[in-house]
Design a protein around this ligand. Sequence first.
Ligand code: FAD
Length: 493
Amino acid sequence: GSIQRENLCSNHPFAISTLSTPPLDSSILHLSLKMLDLEGHLNFDNISHAAKDFGNICHYLPSAILHPKSVTDISTTIKYIYDLGPSSGLTVAARGHGHSIEGQALAHQGVIVNMESLSGKNMDFHTGNAPYVDVSGGELWINILQESLEKGLTPKSWTDYLHLTVGGTLSNAGVSGQAFKHGPQINNVYQLEVVTGTGNVVNCSENQNADLFYGVLGGLGQFGIITKARIALEPAPIMVRWIRVLYSDFETFTSDQEHVISSPDSFDYVEGFVIINRTGKTLFCLEIAKYSYRHQDSESINQIIDAELSKLNYIPSTLFESEVSYVGFLDRVHISGMKLREKGLWDVPHPWLNLLIPKRSIHDFAQQVFGKILTDTSNGPILIYPVDKSKWEKTSMVTPDENIFYLVAFLSSAIPSSTGKDGLQHILKQNKRILNFCRKARLGVKQYLPHYHSQERWKDHFGPQWETFSRKKSTYDPLAILAPGQRIFTRAG
Ligand code: FAD
């Protein structure tokens, strides 16, 4: 039940101390927060939904939820909390769509900022040579896609699932099959408006307050709340040729994946996944896509695709091709999500594990994990695809120390009451075995959407970037008010 799950999240003393410094007497707190002059409002009741996230593993109740109507509402609230000084212990977490896994958007007894209250404002498009759109930090990517398409434009880089907010994915990276070509979403942003941990509203970009700009991108919400973002756009395709082919040999599979990402003009999207059936047989699926534009005829696209496919070494009889609309392609996970929701399988615990594995280690990793630690893939998909780091630059995001690295995502769902192989405990144990193996074998692996239970581990994660990261924390959020659910810094108090 929920008590057991809460323990899983909080059984380390570090986790408890960073998430729950005792705040002011709650009635005084409510009274004083109620006095704030806001355009939006604060809720002290009906707040239990903000005590959990998509992972459904951690549960921490906040004290209040701010529904901001403007950036000033967020700034006023944070400034007020900052001015209370260290003794209040109050924390603030921006909540995007709450699709984190390990409580990253929670704030035990703190204030949650419901970022989606800011969304739905006009999106401001700039067409022309280098088109872009200004959007709210609480906007869902699906809405940006739909509005952009009306102008014949589209963002360049995506996540597999579009019902996530701009602020939520930009605080991590935002990675999908386009990243090999365009870099992650954090490398496709021109400018941000941010409210720092002292309540200041700051505009930042490559040329203005660059230290904060690159800090916030991939910064796990530690330096400020993103209230606006300027997202790079390009002309939108109309249709997508979606191709899947199978391999039984891991080396052939990865060498084909690496070949495709080394020729960015060949395909527009590259991912892949692992299938281990119950008899232990393992197959690898390469998933690629080619966009088509209004001015292109299908014959010329066929020729390009055939020429590129002829360079690959998949099992010939396994070629599966389809043509779908651009929106249908990008929004594909939402459709699967709705089907799971109908079956009651969406709101279950999701003990996901996302790893970034340097190319030099991917074979050792595969040999140990696919088939040995993991004997089937019935708990959920396992994604695996390479990206090229030359497109990832300067941000707070931590990547392995090799130019080509693989994203490997174990997207497990747990059956809440099960004590078997599909139960939460079993899957969490399996994740731990994978992580322990990576550490012991010194594979140079980094976690994506990282979560650790001690600052030592966080320092390991950041490596040489730790000094910069903690220096930025003391500059932009000196009391460590923001995003306590990441459990990196302890709230001053
Ligand atoms: P939340 O969970 O609400 O917040 C995440 C963190 O960011 C929290 O620490 C929060 O405090 C902070 N935060 C939220 N908004 C702001 C803001 N405006 N300013 C500053 N900090 C903020 N990721 C990928 O890269 N690629 C994928 O393909 C992908 N697919 C996914 C599919 C599903 C079904 C799910 C559930 C997740 C997926 N993710 C993927 C992970 C997802 O990108 C992250 O979990 C992301 O943080 C979720 O966005 P959110 O809006 O729900 O953020």
